[in-house]
Ligand binder design. Sequence first.
Ligand code: 3PG
Length: 212
Amino acid sequence: MGDKTEKLLSTLKLQPVVPVLIIEDAKTAVPLARALVAGGLKAIEITLRTDAALEAVRLVAQEVEGAVVGAGTILNAAHYAAAVDAGSQFIVSPGTTQELLDVARDSDIPLLPGAATASEVMALREEGYKVLKFFPAEQAGGAAYLKALSSPLAGTLFCPTGGISLKNAMDYLSLPNVVCVGGSWVAPKELVSAGDWAGITKLASEACALKG
Ligand code: 3PG
């Protein structure tokens, strides 16, 4: 297994759930990340869907001890470069393009590329990828669908994301081909805007207690 895959796997194995964050105000990034780390969720994905996202990555990378910050919703080479420059330690994409594969090959920072079909998984295996994001997990067929891929596509591990919550996370975490799940439920908008960091730590602790 390559060094980059090892690095990515060791990050994903830090916890059963990777929080997927949409940060509207960069000022919330540090307290939010500290609240998640306090609950045991160290690997954190900040999506590049807002103007505040890159600054949020930068602040968390610099200021939050124990956090391993990654960037999500990376759609092209420019996003990849900007996210790495801001301090991202891993990169997540909802799907895969040749442009992303090319930039990932030349980067020291690992890519968790998205796939949702057997053909997409096979194409990524040919590129040497062993760990993929299964997205959008619930909408694409859920845990039953992913379980069906586990035998023919043995050796590929997934981080399913999309539509996952405390209620259905174990359906995925109990599968042999799942390393962790991703989800936004641990950082609800209402708690973030209210600055309810204790509430977020509680959600993170519950998520952290899930056993794969
Ligand atoms: C996303 O990229 O939006 C993630 O998949 C999060 O999905 P969720 O909000 O359904 O957890």
